[in-house]
Structures are given as structure tokens and as C-alpha cells.
Design a protein around this ligand. Structure first.
Ligand code: NAD
Length: 450
């Protein structure tokens, strides 16, 4: 922690004072405090506005399971900020979903949209459940009841959900269908993004987060930010998580000449033992047949912890938050970590990695491809139009490159300020300062209503 005082909600104060390194809101607070050092013009009232969520909603979702039992699930939707436009953020289904986590993730969405210059605010949602233990019919009923409980707290111009951990285009189709049933006679397609293409989804959306990760990594290396590593071509890559993000990142990196040496999922990981890269086609077949990457032929089984400490060039955590922490950051050997997941590196780990010269490409840039193409989907839905894939991918590349260039330029500025007595800082702080400057300038121009 920097020791700088920023206004806190009671939840944040508890999290910070509890000293729990993995407490989600504490992580946001720490990151914010670091960026704040570089924003001398901000007064504390402005900070209060930016840190606090505008609205938090908790709903109880009673659902009849396939065996006739009734169970209650708890769902959350947090609208963090809508200075730049309607709230935007995914909905996740996971047993660890909590109001604290959803609130932290909603703040990250605010920073992410501001950094990418997308006209959305930040939001997030989730349901505490174990999707692997629920049937498709049960998941459909849970999703529909959640949407009906949220009522008009989501909408095409107020708060727009998207996929996240253990939700996908099918979940988004149910969200759209339910909202549409409750709001007949309107163009409701823009109420949710990440939909199937046949229901107004965008070309390229399902791949966008993984693609954005790769584009940002390529740009970072191309800008010479990592000494001795100027391209992904030939780089040895380890990826934690083989879902929508990790799977696409693996394929695109492989196509660009990278060697995928290790991949994991919730049940463990595999390290290539024969050849210089995992055979991704064989891996996809193995995962489809066995439900896990573990046990792939010509690989050695490793743990997720082993994977994080592998000798490689790019480490991509693309699963859960809090994976690289004070307890294991010393073990990381990759010179650069690309945050495919949201908040996989804690502030304590950031310090350890920075001290060891390891660069972290932060989540609000590295995984922003998803919200970028979600924005394109939203525009297409409003215009009743669809853009070709090449168009989407070209726009995505331009936006990610532009954001990466701004972050690296700012980071280099910080580094050269060191001689003037200012602390040399990291890419995360550079990205957050970039985002916060945009938000505060808009806040100052709009003023606070009334
Ligand atoms: P997903 O549900 O498609 O895949 C998640 C993957 O993580 C699976 O392979 C799962 O087995 C693995 N996993 C789960 N628990 C694990 C554990 N304890 N250790 C290792 N692996 C584990 O989810 P996704 O959409 O790929 O999202 C992954 C991350 O990326 C999340 O943090 C999410 O918030 C973030 N993200 C996703 C998007 C998107 O558009 N999908 C956008 C931005 C950020």
C-alpha cells in the first residue's frame, strides 16, 4: 500500500483493514491508491464519486431443480459507474461469486471502458452456483428468473450484460429472450452482448477477448517493452485456463509462431513432453472426450501452481482472480505476464514482480477485446446492421493498439520521471491513470447533478 488516503466504503475499509490479500475490493483500493499518486489535481470528493458503486442489487432466485426440489440461489448486479455511458459488464456463474467480488469487477469494467475509450460505464453481475453440477434446463431457469428479478435494472441504454466465467452465448440468448418477453414491441437486441450470431450476436465476439489478449501482447513486445523479446514468434507460452479466453489465445499465438508449452484448467495442467508445442487439435479432442486437458498424450501432468512457475516467455493467467499472490510471485519466471483473467495478480504480487523486473500487462488492457467487440455488437444491434468479421477484427486491432501505445508511452514517462524523484511505476498504474484522467475530465465537464 502507498499510505495515501482515499475515501472508502465500509466494505472497502473492512477489506483493507482485514489484510486479506485476496479480498477483491481491497485489490481495487490498492490499485486505485497507486494511480492516485499521479493524479495530483483530483480532490477527494471526485475520488469518492469514482470509487463508489452507483447501485448494488442482490436478488434471491428460487428455482425448481430437475428432481423437483426447490433451491434458492443468490444473484448480484452492480452498476459501478455510468459517466461515459450505460453500464457494461459480464455475468458469471461460479460458487465464489459474492457482492464484494462483483463490486470489484464492476469497478474494473469502468476503468477498462474508459481506457479503451468505449462509451460505456462499468457493471458486473453473477450468481453464486456451481454450473458443472446443474443441467442446461436448470441453468436456463436460473438465468430467466435472475433476469426477471433484475427487471428494469438492466436495459439497452442503462446496463448491458455479457458473458463471463461459466456463461456463454447460450446464456446470453436466454437473457435476451427473457428480457424481450418482458418488453414486447421494442428492439431489445442491444440489452445484452455475446449473443449467438443468429440472434444479433457479432462476428468475432466469442474470440474477441482471447484475440485482444494476443493483439495487446504483440503490440507490447513490438514496442520493445520487454528486453530480448520483441515478438510472440518463437516465444514459449504457458496459459492457465482453457475456456473462451485461454483457448483462443492459445490458438492465435500458435498461429503466430509461439510454442504453447503448458495449459491448464480447473482439474490441473499439462506440460509438453514431446515436441516443442502442445498439439492444440489433439488437446481439443482430448478435452471434448474427457472434460479436462489432464491426461493428454505426450504431455506431463502438472498442477496449476506448477504452471505459474514454469520457465517460459509469456505467462497468461486466463482463469480466476488472485492466482499470483505474495505466496507464489517469487516463483514466476516469465519476463511478462499477460492478464487474460480479471485481477489474477494481487497488489502484493505486483510489487514482487516489479522488483524482479517482470512486466504485467494489466487486465483492463489485456482482456479488453471482449468489451470492445461487445460495443461493436451493441452498435450493430442499434443500427439493425451487421459488420463483416474482417471489419470487426480490424477495428479491434486498431483500438487495442491505440490503448497499448498510450499505456506504454505513459509508463515510459513515469520511468523517466524517476530521476526527478517520482517513483518508477508499472503498466497497471499507467493504464489506470490513463483511464482515471478520462473519467475525471468527463466528470468535471458534466458536473454533479443537480
Ligand atoms: P470460461 O468459463 O470459458 O473458462 C474458464 C477456464 O478456467 C476453464 O478452462 C476452467 O476449467 C478454468 N478454471 C476454472 N477454475 C480454475 C482453477 N481454479 N485453476 C485453473 N483453471 C481454472 O471463462 P472465460 O470466459 O474464458 O473467462 C476466463 C477469465 O477471463 C475470467 O477471469 C473472466 O472474468 C475473464 N474475462 C473473460 C471475458 C470474456 O469475454 N469471456 C472478458 C474479459 C475477461
Amino acid at each position: 500500500m502507498t499510505g495515501i488516503k482515499t475515501p472508502r466504503s465500509a466494505a472497502i475499509a473492512n477489506a483493507v483493514d482485514s489484510g486479506d490479500e485476496l479480498a477483491p475490493e481491497r485489490i481495487i483500493e490498492c490499485q486505485f491508491a497507486r494511480a492516485r499518486q499521479h493524479l495530483s489535481t483530483l480532490d477527494s470528493g471526485l475520488l469518492e464519486v469514482l470509487l463508489q458503486p452507483r447501485r448494488t442489487i442482490t436478488v434471491n432466485i428460487p428455482v425448481e431443480l430437475d428432481d423437483g426440489q426447490i433451491r434458492n440461489f443468490v444473484g448480484y448486479r452492480v452498476l459501478h459507474n455510468r459517466l461515459l455511458g450505460p453500464g457494461k459488464g459480464g455475468i458469471r456463474f461460479h460458487p465464489e461469486v459474492s457482492l464484494s467480488e462483483v463490486t470489484a469487477l464492476a469497478a474494473l469494467m469502468t476503468w477498462k471502458c474508459a481506457l479503451l475509450r468505449i462509451p460505456f460505464g462499468g457493471a458486473k453481475g453473477g450468481i453464486a452456483c456451481t454450473p458443472k453440477q446443474l443441467s442446461q434446463r436448470e441453468l436456463r431457469r436460473i438465468t430467466r428468473r435472475f433476469v426477471s428479478e433484475l427487471g428494469d435494472n438492466i436495459g439497452p441504454y442503462t446496463d448491458i450484460p455479457a458473458p463471463d466465467l461459466y456463461t456463454d452465448s447460450q446464456t446470453m440468448a436466454w437473457i435476451y429472450d427473457t428480457y424481450d418477453a418482458l418488453h414486447p414491441g421494442e428492439n431489445n437486441l442491444p440489452v445484452v452482448t455475446g449473443k449467438p450470431i443468429a440472434i444479433g450476436g457479432s462476428e468475432g465476439r466469442s474470440e474477441a477477448t482471447g484475440r485482444g489478449c494476443v493483439l495487446a501482447a504483440e503490440r507490447l513486445l513490438g514496442l520493445g517493452a520487454v528486453p530480448g523479446l520483441d515478438s510472440v514468434d518463437g516465444a514459449r507460452v504457458a496459459i492457465q485456463g482453457y475456456g473462451e479466453v485461454g483457448r483462443v489465445a492459445a490458438r492465435l499465438l500458435h498461429e503466430r509462431g509461439a510454442r504453447i508449452i503448458a495449459i491448464s484448467d480447473s482439474r490441473g495442467g499439462v506440460l509438453v513432453s514431446n515436441g516443442d508445442s502442445i498439439d492444440l487439435d489433439a488437446l481439443n479432442r482430448h478435452k471434448a472426450d474427457n472434460g479436462t486437458v489432464v491426461g493428454l498424450a505426450e504431455s506431463r501432468t502438472i498442477t496449476n501452481e506448477d504452471l505459474l512457475g514454469l520457465d517460459c516467455d509469456l505467462l497468461i493467467p486466463a482463469a480466476l482472480g488472485g492466482q499470483i499472490h505474495a505466496g507464489n510471485a517469487q516463483a514466476v519466471k516469465a519476463p511478462v505476464v499477460i492478464e487474460g483473467a480479471n485481477r489474477p495478480v494481487t497488489p502484493e504480487a505486483d510489487d514482487v514482480l516489479a522488483a524482479r523486473g517482470i512486466l504485467v500487462l494489466p487486465d483492463i488492457l489485456a482482456n479488453a477485446g471482449g468489451v470492445t467487440v461487445s460495443y461493436y455488437e451493441w452498435v450493430q444491434n442499434i443500427e439493425h446492421h451487421s459488420w463483416p468479421l474482417e471489419d470487426i477484427n480490424g477495428r479491434l486491432r486498431a483500438r487495442i493498439n491505440n490503448a497499448t501505445d498510450r499505456v506504454v508511452a505513459r509508463w515510459r514517462g513515469f520511468a523517466s520521471d524517476r530521476d526527478n524523484g517520482q517513483r518508477c511505476t508499472d503498466l497497471r498504474t499507467a493504464a489506470l491513470v490513463e483511464a482515471l484522467e478520462r473519467l475525471t475530465s468527463v466528470l468535471e465537464q458534466r458536473g454533479v447533478w443537480p
